[in-house]
Design a protein around this ligand. Structure first.
Ligand code: AMP
Length: 476
């Protein structure tokens, strides 16, 4: 199949040619024809599979085929996404695919002033991409009317549920016309997603692709066993490797991400952090720098593990292993994209070995163990000296941390990791625009269950949420 077989409107075909796409990806081949025919679609696919175009192209085709005057405050197509970055990325895709149409696309998300968004929505738009919390705020202010939405997309639905957006989704869908086309995309088909699809989709055509497994296969993965205090020395050494063009370093906590950035800086390695406590301009600057190649090292919490399409990542370093095994798959999926090879190296401390076991069981392979570099003792000594002699690299004094924490919503003097949320991480889970946590997408209770879950990992290779447990390593 090629794009001409899809008989998309001429301006879309031209924009696709501009992008250099020749053949539709598997999810596009499966989803576009039923979507063009007006069916609801349930898509099981992750970012990296071309799923944005799988829903954007049929929506744009419909807008092109049935042009209407914009109505004040209204939108014809609504896309809901879990994070600001993903929302921006989706809006940029609509703009790129719709560049030869007279299209008005708006994107709204929390963490930035609302006024400009109100003004953008006032004349009415064709496509609105939004995170759920901010969209509700705008509706409540009367800045937006959802009463004439013809097409709805719920993107990365499982992540939206994990972030506690279920009540917002209910409220928003309650404001939409019953007569509409709806598409729901999720990486996994957890029971809660099935329920949502039953509630919001009418006789959906189910389409699925299995990108996670292929991604895992394309990434050269290894693990290095190293004690927690010695990890930074190893990371700095690995980052200085010749073939390391651009890399994402994943940590479990926001505080941990900031500390890695400071300590790398002491080594003369420029890195920027991206996590939920950073302001929107800081996050945008870091991502833009990284995308352009000006910034070579991005240090991220799991907020960046999903959804972001950054094609040129050569290496993913798991500075701390995730306690949810499928998060590992999302993290390493940041490399080996668009046919490129990628390398993922996990730094595993003794207390993280249970996490490693869970990961290996989920991906059904044992990671190759890489040795420590021969001169590792010297490197550790050098790092200790560098950090000692560089006050910036040290943790900020306790009072300052407490001040920052209290500004960020956690109680002073209390470890933010003790504030348990649906994803087992810090006090805010959605980068700032979130709502109170709702039920998890897999129906499990929130927070960290004690010990190992009873269920196994089932037959799927990756991506199942209802098999993997969360654990916290001893002493954390
Ligand atoms: P997505 O999963 O929508 O984030 O897309 C992942 C990447 O694939 C993006 O950089 C898209 O521009 C690119 N892409 C989407 N569809 C195609 C296609 N048919 N051919 C080549 N690249 C594509």
């Amino acid at each position: 199949m090629n794009f001409s077989d899809l008989a998309l409107a001429e301006p879309l075909a031209r924009a696709i040619a501009d992008k250099g796409y020749t053949t539709p990806s598997p999810i596009q081949q499966a989803a576009i024809p039923p979507a063009l025919a007006g069916h609801d679609v349930l898509g099981l696919a992750q970012t990296g599979t071309g799923k944005t175009a799988a829903f954007a192209l049929p929506m744009l085709h419909r807008l092109a085929a049935d042009p209407k005057h914009r109505l004040k405050l209204h939108t014809r197509a609504l896309v809901l996404a879990p994070t600001r970055e993903l929302a921006s990325q989706i809006a940029a895709s609509f703009q790129a695919y719709g560049r030869y149409m007279k299209l008005s696309v708006a994107v709204v998300f929390g963490g930035v002033p609302i006024g400009r968004q109100e003004r953008a929505l006032a004349p009415g738009v064709d496509v609105l991409v939004a995170t759920p919390g901010r969209l509700i705020d705008l509706v409540m202010k009367g800045a937006c009317d959802l009463g004439k939405v013809e097409m709805l997309v719920l993107d990365e639905c499982d992540q939206m549920l994990d972030l506690g957006f279920i009540h917002d989704l209910k409220r928003i869908t309650g404001l939409l016309p019953k007569q509409r086309q709806s598409m729901l995309f999720s990486a996994t088909l957890a029971p809660a997603i099935e329920q949502l699809s039953e509630r919001y989709l009418k006789n959906p055509i189910k389409v699925a692709v299995q990108p996670a497994a292929t991604t895992v296969e394309k990434v050269v993965q290894s693990v290095v066993h190293v004690s927690q205090p010695e990890k930074l020395a190893l990371l700095a050494h690995l980052l200085e490797g010749e073939d390391v063009a651009s890399s994402i370093v994943f940590t479990r906590t926001k505080h941990g991400a900031d500390r890695v950035v400071r300590q790398l800086a002491a080594h003369g390695l420029v890195a920027e952090a991206i996590h939920g406590n950073r302001s929107q301009p800081q996050r945008t600057r870091a991502l833009d720098g990284f995308r352009s190649g000006a910034l070579k090292i991005l240090v991220a919490t799991d907020i960046a593990a999903r959804g972001l399409d950054i094609p040129a990542v050569s290496h993913v370093f798991n500075f701390e292993l995730p306690n949810v095994p499928e998060q590992y798959v999302h993290r390493i999926g940041r490399t080996a994209r668009a046919g490129r090879a990628g390398i993922a190296i996990a730094l595993c401390a003794p207390d993280e070995r249970p996490f490693l076991k869970d990961i290996e069981r989920t991906i059904r392979m044992t990671l190759t163990q890489a040795p420590l570099p021969p001169n590792f003792r010297d490197l550790v000594g050098k790092t200790a000296k560098v950090i000692k002699s560089n006050p910036v690299a040290a943790d900020p004094p306790r009072e300052e941390r407490d001040f920052n924490r209290s500004r960020n919503g956690a109680r002073p003097g209390r470890d933010p990791r003790a504030v348990v949320h649906a994803d087992g991480r810090g006090p805010r889970r959605d980068g700032g625009e979130g709502r109170p946590a709702g039920p998890r997408s897999d129906g499990r209770p929130q927070g960290r269950p004690q010990g190992r879950p009873g269920g196994g990992f089932g037959g799927q290779r990756t991506g199942q949420r209802d098999g993997g447990g969360r654990r916290s390593p001893a002493g954390r």
